[in-house]
Each structure stands twice: as structure tokens, then as C-alpha cells.
Design a protein around this ligand. Structure first.
Ligand code: NAD
Length: 338
């Protein structure tokens, strides 16, 4: 007989501990979620964007989703992006994830989700990097926009055993790049070079990471990708249509990514078709699409709610097992009908 669950609150400190102690399992959860989604064992409707006319750079996004397979949970991530927070040393993004039981629909937990979100984004970028690079795990790295997502992505690349003979950094705010370089030196013993232009950063980077908060494309010189790098275009709106059209393009989900004025969406508007897309990341993982050595290979992931569910579900199970979650047994005190 179905009963109301004990509701749990999972604070950020617990999320951090679980993720840091279980990176392999978290990576596997992200990979499995992509495969379930590609196999149709998920429901992932459009994200809903709450925007503010008087604050065009800020937004709050709702990502509802359901994931089948071994997960069998639904949920919603509610994630804010307020870039002006940076001036107060406050993270741009803040989020909660509500997980619901697949059988009763009851909410199971409220989980701090900024780290879940950055983790699934970074782990999926690392997954894409190794599948989309013809000779993966070595090379030179260029990071454009050295914030929180870039930091997490580099950590996941290192966890997956990438080694870089050189790391180039560029940020419009040089202080951000300096912080990033300091952290790389102190935590990973990596010496990075801070570059004064995008051109210098990209020219000798075989793997490029875009993690800016640009609202409109600014990179329109195709020559910058003449050396056929792998490009992790996580911020989605940096690369101009002509550069997209000259590259091999891979997305996480076609219908999702061709929305909200992402670079691939602008390419679709400009050409009237989707022929410039080679396929999805799962197509590459399943070798239905072969990485093209002779072109830039650009991964533009819209960011799927099913990935948040997969990581959140893993974190919740571990938190409950280690008694690190805050249990609220009376939360659904009115659940009996009579
Ligand atoms: N695709 C996904 O699934 C996904 C998921 C999470 C975040 N994101 C995106 O990743 C981006 C980065 O997020 P974050 O949390 O690291 O943000 P952040 O604010 O911590 O860092 C962004 C950095 O980019 C710099 N920057 C902004 N515009 C720039 C430009 N034109 N050139 C160089 N540097 C520039 C800023 O100075 C800042 O240091 C955001 O756009 C966010 O929407 C994507």
C-alpha cells in the first residue's frame, strides 16, 4: 500500500560531499540519463523562462522532467541566473531541485541544486570532450569565461584523466581569470596563461571551453577554428552563424537546443533548415556520427532536466543512506484521505 514519504531537505554541504566522494558514479548517472533520454525513456518538456523587462540579463528557468529506467522519478529544477550577483562575490546561479516519487507523485525532497546543475553540466561536457575528440585526453585547453561552470568543467576533465600541456584563459574581467589561474595552481598544480584576447586563447587550444554569459554571438572569424579544435560551447550564444555552419555540430537534444536564440537556433533561422547538425551526443557515443578531424567539432548542450534528475536522485539516495539529509516526517501530515 502506498504511503506518503518522509520529505527530506538536502543542503549544499551534503550535495558537495556526496558528489566529491562519488565522481565515478555521478559520471555514470549522467551518461545513463543521456542514453535513457535518447531511447525515449524520459519526459523532458520545454524549459520555462521567467524574464524581467527591467533586468534583461537576469532570468529564472523551470526545468520539469521525468526519467525512467532505474531512476523512475520526476522533478523540477528552478534555477536563477542573476549575473549582477558577481559584483558581491555571490554566485550568478542559485537553484533548488524538487524530486517526486514515480509511483505516488509525492515530492520526496528539496535539494540544493546549484552544484547539481554545474556538476551535470560539467560532467556532460567532459563526456562530450572524450567522445568528440579524435585523440582524446591530451592537448591544450582554452577557457573563455572563467567562472563557476568553467571551474567545474576543468575539474571533471581532470577527473577523467585529461592532461594539458598548456592552459589558456580569457575573461572580460581579468580578475576572474586571475582567480581561476590561482585555483588551478593551488589545487591542481597547473600553470595557466592569462591571455588578453580571444584570438590568442583559441589559436593554440585543441580543446576550447566557452562558459561566458554572452547574450549574443561575438565570435565570427572562422580562421580561429582552422586548426579543427573540439569546442565545448556551454554558454550557447558565443559563436556566430557562419562559424557554426563551417563546423561539425553536435547537440544534446535537437528540439531543445534549437530554441531561445542559441547559436544553433540562429543558424536554423538563417538557413531555414537543420542540415548543419551532425547529430546528438548519444549519436556520437553510439558511433552513428564520427568526429570530423578536419573541422571544428562544436558541442552545444541546451542542458536537460533529466540530467538534474539523475544526479539529484543519486545524491538523495546517498544522503539518506548516510543520514546526512534533514528528514521532515510530518511534512505530509494531511495525506490520509479519511
Ligand atoms: N548548457 C548548459 O547546460 C549550461 C548549464 C549551466 C550553465 N550554463 C551557462 O554557462 C555560462 C557560465 O555560467 P557560470 O555559472 O560559470 O557564470 P559565471 O558568472 O560564474 O562566469 C561567467 C564568466 O564569463 C565572463 N564573461 C562574460 N562574458 C564574456 C565574454 N564575452 N568573453 C569572455 N568572458 C566573458 C564573466 O566575466 C564571468 O567571469 C552561463 O552562460 C550559463 O548560462 C550552461
Amino acid at each position: 500500500m502506498a504511503v506518503a514519504p518522509t520529505f527530506h531537505v538536502i543542503p549544499g554541504s551534503t550535495v558537495k560531499t556526496v558528489i566529491e566522494n562519488n565522481r565515478k558514479k555521478v559520471f555514470e548517472a549522467v551518461e545513463a540519463a543521456y542514453r535513457l533520454h535518447a531511447a525515449g525513456d524520459s519526459v523532458n518538456p520545454d524549459s520555462y523562462f521567467l524574464r524581467f523587462p527591467d533586468k534583461p540579463s537576469s532570468r529564472i528557468i523551470a526545468l520539469p522532467a521525468h526519467l525512467g529506467g532505474a531512476v523512475q522519478k520526476s522533478g523540477i529544477k528552478w534555477i536563477s541566473s542573476f549575473p549582477s550577483n558577481r559584483a558581491s562575490n555571490l554566485a550568478r546561479a542559485s537553484a533548488v531541485l524538487i524530486l517526486n516519487d514515480g509511483e505516488t507523485g509525492y515530492p520526496l525532497a528539496c535539494i540544493e541544486a546549484s552544484l547539481i546543475s554545474s556538476t551535470r553540466t560539467a560532467a556532460s561536457a567532459a563526456l562530450a570532450a572524450e567522445h568528440m575528440t579524435p585523440d582524446p585526453f591530451t592537448g591544450t585547453l582554452g577557457v573563455i569565461g572563467t567562472g563557476v561552470i568553467a571551474r567545474n568543467t576543468v575539474e571533471w576533465l581532470l577527473f577523467r584523466k585529461w592532461t594539458f600541456s598548456k592552459v589558456n584563459l580569457f575573461d572580460l574581467d581579468r580578475k576572474e581569470a586571475e582567480q581561476f589561474a590561482k585555483r588551478l595552481r593551488e589545487q591542481h598544480k597547473i600553470e595557466a596563461e592569462i591571455r588578453s584576447s580571444i584570438e590568442e586563447t583559441l589559436r593554440d587550444s585543441s580543446l576550447s571551453l566557452f562558459t561566458t554569459t554572452a547574450l549574443e554571438p561575438y565570435l565570427s572569424d572562422e580562421k580561429l577554428f582552422a586548426h579543427a579544435p573540439t569546442v565545448l560551447h556551454l554558454s550557447l550564444r558565443d559563436i556566430a552563424v557562419n562559424v557554426i555552419l563551417a563546423a561539425q555540430n553536435v547537440v544534446d537534444d535537437v528540439d531543445h537546443c534549437l530554441k531561445a536564440k542559441t547559436s544553433p537556433h540562429l543558424a536554423e533561422i538563417a538557413t531555414g533548415n537543420r542540415n548543419f547538425l551532425a547529430g546528438t551526443l548519444v549519436d556520437v557515443m553510439e558511433k552513428k556520427v564520427t568526429p570530423d578531424r578536419n573541422k571544428a567539432r562544436i558541442f552545444s548542450p541546451f542542458g536537460l532536466g533529466v540530467l538534474d534528475l539523475a544526479v539529484g536522485n543519486y545524491v538523495l539516495d546517498e544522503a539518506i543512506a548516510s543520514k546526512a539529509g534533514i528528514a521532515l516526517p510530518d511534512f505530509f501530515s494531511n495525506s490520509a484521505r479519511w
